[in-house]
Design a protein around this ligand. Sequence first.
Ligand code: ZN
Length: 148
Amino acid sequence: MDIVTAPNKILQRKLKKVEKITPEIKQLAEAMKKKMLESDGVGLSANQIGRDLQLCVIHPSVAKEAGVPEIFINPEITEYSKEKEDMEEGCLSIPGHFAFTKRAKKIRVKALNLEGKRLRFRARGLLARILQHEIDHLNGKLIKDKEE
Ligand code: ZN
């Protein structure tokens, strides 16, 4: 499994919702976690390994600290704080590229966990930044689209 790099069409479209959490989806999520860790990433979305599914993973240490799962299915941001923060970000799909990216400091998120349970939570700090980055991926957006 290789990481898809830009430009690639699968990185530029809104992905399909996961309709059913099958054993294959669980396997895929585990494989994504492994790939993210191997690649020294803090998050990874399904389209970054060529899959058209609204599924993303985040680094276990970030998840643990915030008390949220490492795997999110069909995640959505329901609220953004007005307060923004500018920080440098990279992306495994754009190797060697780093860009200051303005993001909401705090967000509210809804998603399903791997058991299909509905989650609603608030995120701030690094978790908020990673989730905004990954949910952008699920909507076909990359950090370089946010520049200019
Ligand atoms: Zn990325």
